[in-house]
Structures are given as C-alpha cells and as structure tokens.
Design a protein around this ligand. Structure first.
Ligand code: FAD
Length: 242
C-alpha cells in the first residue's frame, strides 16, 4: 500500500479551492486541494484555522472539516455566511482556483472510536459542522454505535445538509434524526420552538456509561442546554463541546 502523508501545520499554508457547492441559501461547502497522497492528520471533530488579512488586520476563525477524515487529495469546509461576518464573508467571496491560508488541524471535541455505543448530537444552526465528519465517519465505517441527532434551526431553509440527514435515516437503521424549527412551515411534523428538556429526554439516548452527547451551537444555547443535560443526569465528562 502507498504511504499516506499526514498534514498538520502550525503556520498558515495556502490551499487551492477546487470546488464550491451551495447547500442552503447562506451555506456553501468549499473543497480544498491536497497532494494526491496526503490527508489531514485529524480525528473526526478536530478543526482548522482560516487566516486572512482584512482591512489591514490579521484575523483567523475555526472551521471543522466536513469531509471524511482519512480521505486523500482534498478536504472540505462547510461554511455559513454571516452578513457582518469577517471570515465567513471572505470565504464566500472566494472563487474556484483562489487560495486560502489555513493552519491545523487542532484538537477539538472529537470522536475516538469506541468512546460510546450510544451517541447523541445536539446542534444549533452551524453547530452541526463539527458533527458532520463524526456522523459520516461512524456511519460509513459501520462503527457499532447508535446515533441520535437533534438539529435546531430557525426555518426549514436553514437546515444544513437536509437531504443527507433524510437519506441517512433511510439508509442506516442506527441513525435517528429529529429537527426542531423556531419558525416551522404549516403542518411541520417534527419539533417546534426551542430545544427543551422534554425534547432532549425523548430524542437522546438515556444517560449511561456507554453514552456521550456532542453539543454545539450559539453560546446561549450551549450554556442553557449543557445545564439541562446535567440536570437530566448526563455526567459532565460525557458532554463533548467543540
Ligand atoms: C471549533 C469551531 C469550529 C467551527 N466550525 C465551523 C464550521 O465548520 N463552519 C462554520 O460556518 N462555522 C464554524 N465555526 C464558527 C466560525 O469559527 C466563525 O465564528 C463564523 O464563521 C463567524 O466568523 P466571521 O468572521 O464570519 O464572523 P465575526 O466577524 O466573528 O462575527 C460577525 C457577526 O456574526 C455573528 N456570528 C458569528 N458567529 C456566529 C455564530 N456561530 N452564531 C450566530 N451568530 C454568529 C456575530 O453575532 C457577529 O455579529 C466554528 C467555530 C468553532 C469554535
């Protein structure tokens, strides 16, 4: 078997964009080129920094690759554009063939094979991004674990990778998904409003020695739900933040 080069850098290096796929009205997936025999040296959930000089100031922001860890030749970042966002707007203004300065990977709240048999994911908006690679990894590697995703968004149009979650529910009996919308369309059959203790109780695996819960979203949501999870009996060390 050919040797694979595993890439991890502390200093920013230029990576060329080879494809840009729109996902929702404000989210795109950017594909970056790696040498054909190279992969990022990361576990699912680890993150990179995108660096840029904007208006004379050096800025960097964290992004978790959404591509499957271990793939060679490329990696993907799925990025939501914020109207007043510095780096997200900069990325969304890039075109195929442009290069972007990126460093890492760095250790995030990642998945390690065997860490749990029942895995809950509570995501708000772009909080799904650290979970994409983890969910894809566990499902495609057929790892023995049951997955429970609660995904909160404002509207149906904001759901990142909507079709992938629908497809995964059909394809993998061990994947369960519950969407919660603040502004649901008429007749919406799933959760509405904010994520509550009751929604967590119904749609997550019960606390236990073989259970862990990944939690990521806007800071107020994470603070509130971390407290709620602890009140529901999930020990602090089983709640994984990005
Ligand atoms: C470990 C980690 C991994 C991440 N991975 C991803 C990823 O894969 N994809 C992705 O799109 N983002 C990801 N993020 C968020 C990302 O790092 C930036 O915070 C985001 O892109 C906004 O940066 P910006 O420079 O565009 O906006 P900024 O200039 O920092 O902020 C501008 C405005 O946008 C609003 N804003 C910024 N971030 C958020 C937010 N998360 N929720 C609500 N409002 C916000 C602020 O209120 C502010 O007014 C990750 C964050 C962390 C910590």
């Amino acid at each position: 078997m050919d040797a694979v080069t595993r890439i991890k850098t502390k200093t920013p290096s230029p990576y060329k964009i080879t494809a840009i796929e729109p996902d929702t009205h404000d989210t795109k997936t950017f594909r970056f080129e790696l040498p054909a025999d190279a992969t990022l040296d990361m576990l699912p959930g680890d993150f990179l920094y995108v660096h840029a000089t904007i208006a004379g100031k050096s800025v960097k922001r964290a992004y978790t690759p959404s591509s499957l860890p271990g793939v060679t030749g490329f990696f993907d970042l799925t990025v939501k554009r914020y109207a007043t966002g510095v780096i997200s707007a900069y990325l969304h203004d890039q075109r195929i063939g442009d290069t972007v300065l990126i460093s890492g990977p760095n250790q995030g709240g990642h998945w390690v094979d065997g860490m749990a048999k029942r895995v809950g994911f509570v995501a708000g908006g772009t909080g799904i991004t650290p979970m994409i690679a983890i969910i894809r990894w566990i499902l495609t590697k057929r790892i023995d674990a049951e997955l429970f995703l609660i995904f909160a968004n404002k509207t149906e149009a904001d759901i990142i990778l909507r079709e992938e979650w629908r497809q995964a529910v059909r394809e993998y009996p061990n994947f369960h998904c519950h969407h919660v919308l603040e502004q649901p369309p008429p007749g919406w059959p799933e959760g509405t409003g904010r994520v509550t203790a009751d929604i967590l109780r119904r749609h997550l695996p019960a606390p236990g020695s073989d259970t862990c819960i990944f939690l990521c979203g806007p800071p107020q949501m994470v603070d509130a739900l971390e407290t709620t999870l602890k009140e529901l009996g999930y020990p602090e060390q089983t709640i994984v933040l990005p």
